[in-house]
Every structure is written in C-alpha cells, then in structure tokens.
Write a protein that binds this ligand. Structure first.
Ligand code: NAD
Ligand code: MG
Length: 395
C-alpha cells in the first residue's frame, strides 16, 4: 500500500486527487488530509477516508473539527497551525505527497516533503517559482522525486525522453518546449473593457474548473508566466527554449519539439484527474475516471501567438526569471496580494499587472542565499504590494 498525504485536500486539485485515489483502494491509503479553514468539507473527507491525521492551518478551525470528529473517528488525530502542515508532509508512512495548497503557504510543507525524500506531486507551482533552485537542489540532495501535476508540465514530462533529466534537453535532441495556454476568459474582450471586468467574470474560465486564485492568474496570463518559470526549474532549461502558444480549446496540454523536426504532444480532456493519475501511477498507467477523447469532436484546433498588450503579466514573469535571484519570489508575492485585492473588489483587473510591475521596480532582485532570505523578501514584497493597493484605493 502506498501512503498518500493530500495537502490542500478541500480545493479543486485536492478533491480531484481524492476522486482518483478512490478508484484504487487496493493501491493507495490516504494517511493525511489538510486544508486551511474549510471545516465541513474536511470533516466529510475524514469520514470517507479515515486518515491518521487531519490538519487545519487555522488553529481555531482545527479545534472545532476535533470537537466534531473526536468520537466518530477515534483514530484520526486533528492538528492545527501551519507547522502541522509540515508534520503531515513528513509522516513516516506517507510515500507520496500531493502539494495542492494555493500560493506561498504551500512552500514549507512541499519543501518538507522533498527533504523527507517523498514523491512530490507538485500542483503548487508558486512554491517552485519562489524557491526554484533551492527546491531543485533539495530534490537531488534528498533523493526525492517531483512529478508535475500542472497539466502543461505533466504533458511535457510525458513527451520528453527519459534521458533528458540526466543529459539535459539539448543532448537529448530536444530543441524547444511549447507551452500551451488557453488565454482565459478575456482573450477576445476589447482592451478598453478590461479595467471593468469583475471577479465573477475572471473566475468563469472557458475550459478549466479551478480555484479562484489560479482562475484570475489564467485571466491575466500570470498563470502562464508562473508556468514558464516552473518549466525552467523542472526541466532545467531557460525561457529561450520555451515558446508560449495560445490554444483556446485546451485539448493539447503542451508539446516538445525535437531537432529532427518531430513534435510530440500530449492530448486529453481538460480534466486534472489525468495528470493526477499519471503522477500517482508513474511509471505505470492507472485509471483516472476521465472519458476517452473523441478526436472527431475536438477539431479544428486553433493556435495563436499571445498579445503583449493584453497580457503584460506574462512578460513581467518572463522578465523576472531572466533577471533571476529573488525577482520571481517578488513577482509571486506581489501577484498574490494583487489577486486577493482584485477578488475582494479593492482594485480593478488591470491594476494587478501595474502593482506587480511597481513592486518589482521598488524591491531590487538579490542573489538567493537562504530560505530565510526568500521568506523575508516574500514578506517585504507583500507589504509593498499592500501599499500599492492602498494607494490605488485612494485614487
Ligand atoms: P483551491 O483554492 O481550490 O484550493 C486550495 C487548497 O489550499 C484548499 O484546500 C485550501 O483549504 C488550502 N489553502 C488555502 N490557503 C491556505 C493556507 N494559507 N494554508 C494552508 N492551506 C491553504 O486551489 P486549486 O485550484 O486546487 O489550486 C491549488 C494549487 O494547484 C495552486 O497552486 C494552483 O496554481 C495549482 N494548480 C491548480 C490547477 C487546477 O485545475 N485547479 C491546475 C494546475 C495547477
Ligand atoms: Mg497549468
């Protein structure tokens, strides 16, 4: 039996993971489930999966959950607080950790899983954007394994040759990675209407059902920017070798171009259960519950080049990874604050990019020397972004 911890179990990826795990009771055992403060959903998941450990990072929510399940589930321990997320990731009988917390809050538990030598199923791209080199060095040092859950990176992983991680992409005959992007809900919206779009419109993604933060990131295309950075770290490459292509239907999840002219693509329904099942089963293939793709219903497939004026966040992210050092961490922190401010109606949609840009100008990038300095930079960038939100509200 493979022991699994699902961090961020109540979210969109967490729930999809539990659906796949449920199809394979003879293979996987859920050991730990975590969430932020969604007591009711975590309670229902505990009743169904009977984990050894349930964590709510909000301590008062954890007390309430404990009161609710103590007599019903005497073998499930309930812990509260951020440190307990790390405990869940490190449990000795956990083999695989699904990192599906949203944002920087997921960094420490994901890193703890790596340091404990687990198989990390990485959905939480922000962790890699913030701490890329440190994270990948820890993977090597502790003999951990990362399997990408982001559909694009999972597709690329499937299309790359086995030799690519050891020998590098060029020596393996790969000339380019082609990262596909749906373009989100505002691909055709007139540019002068973008400042007025609402959080509800931004979260209505045309092809994917996702959490609110990543939905807004998809609408600004910051999501593709974060994914560009994620791909550089996962596949040990540079933005020069990655091309972003708009493909609104989201059936092709990404492609790899080889020097002989071959292009390998991975196709599938836009349903996260496919990459989740791939990463859980790898190197075997296991059922995901996703229906077969009927090619006759998906044609014609369209591809375009992204528009710089419409999607400034994509280019800010590309600049941040080119700058290096702490720039991606600053970009991510400013974006998290700006997206939260947009979601609570404090700023307009197009202010997200302006705030990220201003914060990148205010806080200079520095070489990354430690995890502590990254966390300190993250806090400084958040404070600077909050100032910008406040300034924007006054105008
Ligand atoms: P979501 O908002 O639906 O769920 C987030 C989960 O994290 C919830 O369980 C929530 O309780 C928990 N959480 C939130 N804040 C927390 C905090 N401060 N401390 C501890 N736990 C916290 O998000 P999602 O759409 O499932 O996305 C999760 C991650 O996966 C993100 O990094 C996202 O970019 C990535 N991802 C998601 C999708 C998708 O289809 N949803 C696809 C690719 C990548
Ligand atoms: Mg993705």
């Amino acid at each position: 039996m493979i022991g699994v911890a699902v961090l961020g179990a109540t979210g969109s990826i967490g729930r999809a993971t539990l659906e796949v795990l449920k199809l394979h009771p003879e293979r996987f055992k859920v050991i730990a489930l975590t969430a932020h403060r969604d007591i009711d959903r975590l309670e229902a998941q505990c009743l169904e999966f009977e984990p050894e450990l349930a964590v709510l990072s909000d301590p008062s929510a954890a007390l309430m959950l404990n009161r609710k399940i103590a007599t019903k589930l005497p073998n499930t321990k309930v812990l509260g607080g951020k440190a307990a997320l790390v405990t869940a990731a490190e449990l000795p009988n956990v083999d695989y950790v699904m990192a599906a917390i949203v944002g920087a809050a997921g960094l420490l538990p994901a890193l703890a899983a790596v340091k404990a030598g687990k198989r990390l199923l990485l959905a939480n791209k922000e962790a890699l954007v913030i701490a890329g080199k440190l994270f990948m060095d820890a993977v090597t040092q502790h003999g951990a394994q990362i399997l990408p859950i982001d559909s694009e990176h999972n597709a690329i992983f499937q299309c790359l040759p086995n030799t690519s991680l050891e020998q590098g992409l060029t020596a393996s005959g790969v000339s380019k990675i082609i990262l596909t992007a749906s373009g989100g809900p505002f691909l055709e919206t007139p540019l002068d209407e973008l400042p007025m779009v609402t959080p509800k419109q931004a979260c209505a993604h045309p092809t994917w059902q996702m959490g609110r933060k990543i939905s807004v990131d998809s609408a600004t295309m910051m999501n593709k920017g974060l994914e560009l950075i994620e791909a550089c770290w996962l596949f040990n490459t540079t933005p020069k070798h990655i091309e972003v292509v708009l493909h609104p239907q989201s059936f092709i999840h990404s492609l790899v171009q080889y020097t002989d002219g071959s292009v390998l693509a991975q196709l599938g329904h836009p349903d996260m259960r496919t990459p989740i099942a791939h990463a859980l089963g790898w190197p075997e293939r296991i059922a995901s519950g996703v229906p077969e793709l009927d090619l006759s219903t998906i044609a014609p497939l369209a591809f375009h080049t992204p528009d710089t004026e419409r999607f400034p966040c994509l280019w800010l992210a590309a600049e941040a990874i080119a700058t290096g050092g702490t720039a991606p961490a600053i970009l991510n922190a400013a974006n998290e604050i700006a997206v939260a401010a947009f979601l609570d109606h404090s700023i307009g949609f197009t202010e997200i990019a302006n705030i990220v840009k201003n914060v990148l100008n205010i806080i200079p990038s520095e070489p990354v020397t430690s995890l502590d300095m990254l966390l300190e930079t993250d806090a400084r960038a958040r404070a600077a972004a909050e100032q910008q939100v406040y300034a924007d509200k006054r105008n």
